[in-house]
Design a protein around this ligand. Structure first.
Ligand code: ZN
Ligand code: ZN
Length: 132
């Protein structure tokens, strides 16, 4: 049985299908994700870029020279972040049709965690990026 992840933005103009197992599923607390998502963290599923088919009139904005944030210009939903140079694209868990498909395995960039956020899920935490 092959895994498939489908989702899209709030208004439905932007849609995606990701096929196969994610490369990783992480919760990122970095400032850049906080800004781009407009929330305390970015709970995202990363795929090889070629595993994700995007449709609709999405736009991208760079949050750093190497990271593109993809959003719907109609409704503003942040749908994905991409690192073109690394060939990966991470969809936001909240944009999944079934957000319960998200199975996080770690927290990263805990050094930027918002101070009110208490974590007790027992998942590994890394001050910055995960060790290679
Ligand atoms: Zn939309
Ligand atoms: Zn981040």
């Amino acid at each position: 049985m092959s895994m498939q992840y489908e989702g899209g933005c709030m208004c439905g103009a932007v849609r995606y299908v990701a096929v196969g197992a994610p490369v990783n599923e992480r919760i990122c607390h970095c400032h850049s994700c906080q800004k781009a998502i407009g929330a305390a963290f970015n709970a995202r599923l990363m795929f090889r870029a070629e595993a994700v088919s995007l449709s609709g009139p999405f736009k991208t904005a760079n949050s750093s020279p190497n990271v593109q944030r993809g959003f719907c210009p109609e409704c503003g939903t942040t749908v994905f972040s991409g690192r073109e140079s690394a060939g990966v694209l991470a969809v936001t868990s909240g944009s999944l049709d079934d957000p319960e498909q998200f199975r996080p395995t770690m927290h990263i960039w805990i050094s930027s965690r918002q101070p009110w956020l208490k974590l007790d899920d027992g998942l590994p935490r890394f001050s910055e990026a995960a060790p290679a």
